[in-house]
Design a protein around this ligand. Sequence first.
Ligand SMILES: *Cc1c(COP(=O)(O)O)cnc(C)c1O
Length: 357
Amino acid sequence: MCSREPLSTQNPAIAGGPYAGAVIDLRSDTVSRPTEAMRAAMAGAEVGDDVYAEDPSVLALEERVAGMFEREAALFCPTGSMTNVLAIRLLVPAGAELICEARAHVVRAELGAHAAVSGVTTRTWQHPRGLLDLDQIDELLAPDLGPFLVRTAAVAVENTHNFGGGSVQTAEGLKGLRALAERCGVGVHLDGARIWNAHVATGTTLAELAEVADTVSVCLSKGLGAPVGSLVVGTAEQVAESRVWRKRLGGGWRQAGVLAAAGLHALDHHVERLADDHAHARVLADACGVDPAGVDTNIVVVPCADAATAVAVARAEGVLVAAVGARTLRLVTHLDVGPADVRTAATVLARVLREAA
Ligand SMILES: *Cc1c(COP(=O)(O)O)cnc(C)c1O
């Protein structure tokens, strides 16, 4: 029998469980809800038709994010899965391959989009924390090995690495990848869904963190706490091409400025505070028997003999965590998890894990 059950994602508050309104939700940083101030910014947003590129709030957000990364342009899109599809197809033509880490979001959590939509194949390297391994990447790269081997067109790097436990890529790794990619003539895509966390954890500028890459994807809907939204960041030409494909894929949206306003508010108010989430994650790690020194940002990966049971027991006590594998739990801190919630969750999870052991 296979012990892998579908990952439990249900929130008992929504399912009408006994903890309606009082759960501490550590499943993901996507579950946070817009603050009152963010809602006010959304309500007051100036808007226009973004398919005509006439939404002033969207244009302001795109210009702001492009500037933060010192790139020419950016395109606001509904999801990070879409921005990854748009960016990767700029670098990898149908029938060519993308090299990425084995648990990268692009290869594990986008439902095969790069294959299903763009005709991209993948090969992977492995690192326990999802970090770059230049020797393995060098070994995998096949930019031009004749007409019988798939051509490598790009490498994707995830920073921070989600399933690797919110790990931050090292400066040496990023520099080495850039050099390797240039030497071999392949592109680099940065899946920077949580690049903000890497920026706050290291103090390195966003532009510097992105130097490794030809295309960048960033999310506003994770730790930054916006309800919706991601951007592709690159050259004016890349972004113009992505604008066409965004519409082709059904992502041309109209008065999206109400969402862009949430993103602008998040950039003003929710970046530096990610340091609180990182501190909270270390508290939870400690309670769960994981070395806090190994927690770079807001994600804690906890080994556990029976993840599905631990999820159910914690849920019955009002703490929601995710099983990301048969023996792996993931806890993610965010805007809606305050210091008191962290103390409560730490107590509950320490007990659940002790009883499970
Ligand atoms: C969340 C996430 C994405 C994008 O996810 P969407 O839910 O499609 O917005 C991409 N990459 C990583 C690493 C992520 O964690």
